[in-house]
Design a protein around this ligand. Structure first.
Ligand SMILES: [Zn+2]
Length: 322
């Protein structure tokens, strides 16, 4: 997060030395270089070019406060928005998490006795070439599930994750964060076995799919500002739900896999929000990939700007000397 003390007067010109909290920029940008190379290799010239130019520079505000403390805060950058760009994927997950924690106090105010459960719904691995039809089928099953009388959620956030099997197959699954009424644990409780049975009947499979159900024990049930939640099980479930759709190591593992995955996931939706949670998140909001941080902005006394450029040689962001 671009909000840490800088080592004023220090020797280094590198962003991650000046602001260690910004080290993820180096990591994700280096991975973007790798994926750009792979895209170039498999004939996606335009993607390669766009990803190569993603976040080539970062402009930060240097905020000096009364007490002399200096903070770095990201002010401007250009993102390529290619689906599998590792920088954009990371920024998107940060943005979604920030949006969620910003909305959480409002949600808790509207549903003070509501509880959260975290459900993962899976199917057997499929051939990568079957991924798109498999996701269509899973989404239809999800639709059926939400229409069942026993479906307990007042609202939900659902995301799609695809992992790569060691044999090159695809393992698509849903992560679902559900807001359930307090009565779920007394009257409407669904056991693990029952969840499995339900998901199977919605999928209409002859096998019992793997399902994982967890109660999200949040200590933040009443008067809080949502930020407390960053330490507890809630944050863990949110991070798991609102993370990447495909993990970086899987994207980088095999060019042919990436090629087919890119085709299969074209124009598919990763995150969907339903029920009572819809009104807290507008899905049409323009995606703000710059302000992906949870913390509140503090008022700065003075502000100046500093730009860091990506150095493909150093594989680090370096202060622009001009
Ligand atoms: Zn990008």
């Amino acid at each position: 997060m671009p909000a840490s003390k800088t080592t004023e007067g220090g020797e280094s010109w590198y962003l991650s030395d000046i602001s260690p909290a910004d080290k993820p920029w180096d990591i994700h940008r280096a991975q973007s270089d790798e994926i750009a190379k792979i895209y170039d290799l498999i004939g996606y010239d335009r993607y390669a070019e766009r990803i190569g130019e993603c976040a080539e520079w970062l402009t930060y505000a240097l905020q000096a406060k009364d007490d002399g403390e200096v903070k770095l805060r990201l002010r401007d950058a250009r993102f390529c928005r290619v689906r599998h760009c590792l920088i954009c994927q990371w920024r998107k997950s940060l943005m979604w998490r920030a949006r969620f924690f910003k909305a959480l106090p409002e949600i808790q105010k509207a549903f003070p006795t509501g509880r959260w459960i975290f459900v993962t719904l899976t199917v057997k691995n499929c051939e990568l070439s079957e991924l798109r039809v498999t996701l269509t089928w899973m989404n239809a099953a999800w639709q059926r599930l939400t229409q069942r009388k026993v479906f307990p959620a007042l609202g939900f956030i659902k995301s799609v994750e695809v992992t790569r099997g060691i044999d090159g197959t695809a393992h698509p699954h849903f992560h679902c964060l559900m807001l359930v009424p307090a009565g779920y644990f007394t009257r409407g409780y669904i056991s693990h076995a029952k969840w499995q049975e339900l998901w199977q009947s919605c999928l209409k499979t002859d096998y019992s799919p793997i399902v994982d159900v967890r109660v999200v024990k949040s200590k933040t049930t009443s008067s809080n500002d949502g930020l407390d939640a960053s330490n507890d099980a809630m944050a863990e479930a949110v991070c798991e739900t609102l993370k990447y759709a495909v993990k970086p190591s899987d994207l980088l593992a095999d060019p042919h896999w990436l090629d087919e995955l890119t085709k299969q996931l074209q124009k598919t939706r990763t995150i969907s929000i339903g029920g009572c949670l819809k009104k807290f998140f507008s899905e049409d909001d323009p995606e703000d990939l710059i302000n992906g941080e949870i913390e509140e902005e503090e008022k700065a006394e003075t502000e100046s700007f500093v730009t860091f450029d990506w150095s493909t040689i150093a594989q680090r962001y370096k202060k622009n000397s001009e």
